[in-house]
Design a protein around this ligand. Structure first.
Ligand code: CA
Length: 514
């Protein structure tokens, strides 16, 4: 018995020592990891993905010198659910609260939940989020004048510098590690999504103060000449200037990279706000594309990405940094402001040849630019394999020798590094609580009630009273519904789909834009 205990003790000791050794050794070998995550950038908005009417040289640099995925997906056709899945490795339709959140929504990720930054921090990484958050803050009824918690710092990020929700929603302030940046206690911030504060001008009643007109949803408190969703009072010194936002986030990003600890790898989530509305390019990018603000902010975002690449190069970090670039959902033109997005589009197609767009269950809702780049470690190439952002958690777990995984998140690290060709066999796609099923070259959309068009957005929803079945290899634009011609295929895919989502797929909620 004594011997047995001694052996166990020895094994425990030696395995602990082994783990410690390994962690110390690997901490220096592990690459830095950066997510460059754009907001509403379409599959066709990037020149290396086929755009000809605008150029994105810096995104192209990553695509052409890294791995460009042509079947890379966000999990969802809207912001919040995609961001939730990206960080947690869990399909968002498993969490009924994972939908577009108002600016005052509580934190969507449970602080007990596993996330990529938590996992990486446990494995020796410094972690930071800079840019758009839109995953809720606090526990409800946030007081913006005190320390706001829980937030990004409670789900794995050592450092955070964020906008709370979206650029079109109040509060229009930056939040640094849970505190409103430039907050003045003598000018307290109040937020109300239902009722206005007496005497505060809105887009509706003071149109002469506007430099950009909003629709009936985007016509409340005016900040910097732009009417927003929701009402805000106070915090004048803390309010952002939209035209400076790209530079503000970029400077934060560059400072973070420059000041990163040489002994520790870092994980940086850089959430760019472009080309989400309101599209407010810095004056030096106005007219850059001839496509109006939507094209110009894409040029601005691309420039920011180039500046980040240069900073990494200057710091000597490019060979030791794995970069992921993608978008949280597909494109939309008219999304609440009069900014000539349609009038000045010309022959540009933000969706490429894909059907639908943001909010849609068709391909353009979720299939997005998707690039991995790691100088010297990833050989340039193009992959047609199916891969989703939900897979980043388990893949990075493998890369960093972690044991963390999630049912929904598949390990495809070798694919992401270009070492193997195969990706997912199947994937659940989601758009505004409705789900569809991709398997191989096929996609099946179950019947859904509701309108076929989001009329105000000019985008097809994907709803139909009939089952829809498309072969994406032969019919990438989803023009030929083969469901009635191939009933056996439809039946088989419907069964596989239900095996994953169960009957829950029928519990859809109507899309609300507020
Ligand atoms: Ca988005």
């Amino acid at each position: 018995m004594k011997n047995f205990i001694a052996i166990i003790a020895f094994l425990l000791f030696s395995s602990c020592a082994h783990i410690e050794n390994k962690t110390v050794l690997n901490a220096k070998q592990k690459p830095n990891i950066i997510f460059i995550y754009l907001d509403d950038l379409g599959y066709g908005d990037v020149s290396s993905y086929g755009a000809t009417e605008l150029t994105t040289p810096n995104i192209d640099f990553l695509a052409n010198n890294g791995l460009k995925f042509t079947n890379g997906y966000a999990t969802s056709a809207t912001c919040t659910p995609s961001r939730y899945a990206l960080l947690t490795g869990q399909y968002p339709w498993r969490n009924r609260n994972a939908k577009i959140l108002p600016g005052t929504a509580p934190l969507l990720i449970d602080t007990a939940q596993m996330t990529i930054p938590k996992m990486l921090r446990h494995n020796g990484y410094q972690t930071a989020v800079i840019g758009k958050w839109h995953l809720g803050l606090g526990t409800g009824n946030v007081d913006w004048n005190t320390h706001i918690t829980p937030g990004p710092n409670e789900v794995g990020f050592d450092y955070s510098f964020i906008m709370a929700a979206t650029q079109d929603r109040v509060p229009t302030v930056y939040i640094q590690n849970g505190n409103v940046h430039n907050h003045n206690p003598n000018d307290p911030i109040a937020i109300d999504y239902k009722n206005n504060f007496p005497g505060e001008p809105t887009g509706e009643d003071a149109p002469h103060l506007l430099k950009m007109k909003g629709d009936s949803q985007h016509n409340r408190t005016i900040v910097n000449g732009v009417p927003r969703i929701g009402h805000m009072k106070g915090g004048q010194a803390a309010r952002w200037v939209d035209e400076d936002m790209a530079d503000v986030f970029l400077e934060e990003v560059q400072a973070y990279v420059r000041n990163s600890n040489e002994q520790q790898p870092f994980f940086l989530y850089y959430g760019l706000q472009q080309p989400h509305v309101p599209r407010t390019p810095h004056p030096r990018f106005v007219g850059a594309t001839g496509m109006g603000p939507r094209g110009d902010v894409i040029a601005e975002a691309d420039w920011c990405i180039g500046a980040l690449i240069k900073t990494l190069e200057k710091q000597g970090l490019l060979e030791n940094t794995l970069i992921f670039l993608s978008s949280d959902n597909g494109p939309v033109l008219d999304d609440g402001y009069e900014d000539d997005a349609i009038a000045k589009l010309g022959s540009h197609s933000p969706t490429g040849n894909l059907r639908g767009g943001k909010y849609s269950l068709y391909e353009a809702g979720t299939r997005v630019p998707f690039i991995t780049y790691w100088k010297g470690s990833i050989k340039p190439g193009v992959s047609d394999a199916i891969i989703s952002q939900v897979d980043w958690l388990s893949s990075l777990s493998t890369l960093t020798d972690s044991i963390i995984t999630n049912l929904d998140s598949e390990n495809h690290m070798d694919l992401l590094l270009g070492k193997v060709k195969d990706g997912r066999t199947d994937l659940i796609l989601e758009a505004t609580s409705r789900t569809a099923y991709r398997q191989g070259d096929w996609v099946l959309i179950p019947p859904y009630e509701g309108p076929k068009m989001f009329l105000t957005k000019g985008i097809e929803t994907g709803n139909s009273e009939d089952i829809q079945l498309y072969n994406l290899k032969e019919d990438p634009s989803q023009q030929n519904n083969l469901a009635s011609k191939l009933p056996e295929k439809s039946k088989e895919m419907m069964a596989n789909f239900k095996n994953i989502v169960g009957d829950a797929y029928k519990n859809t909620s109507r899309l609300q834009f507020d």
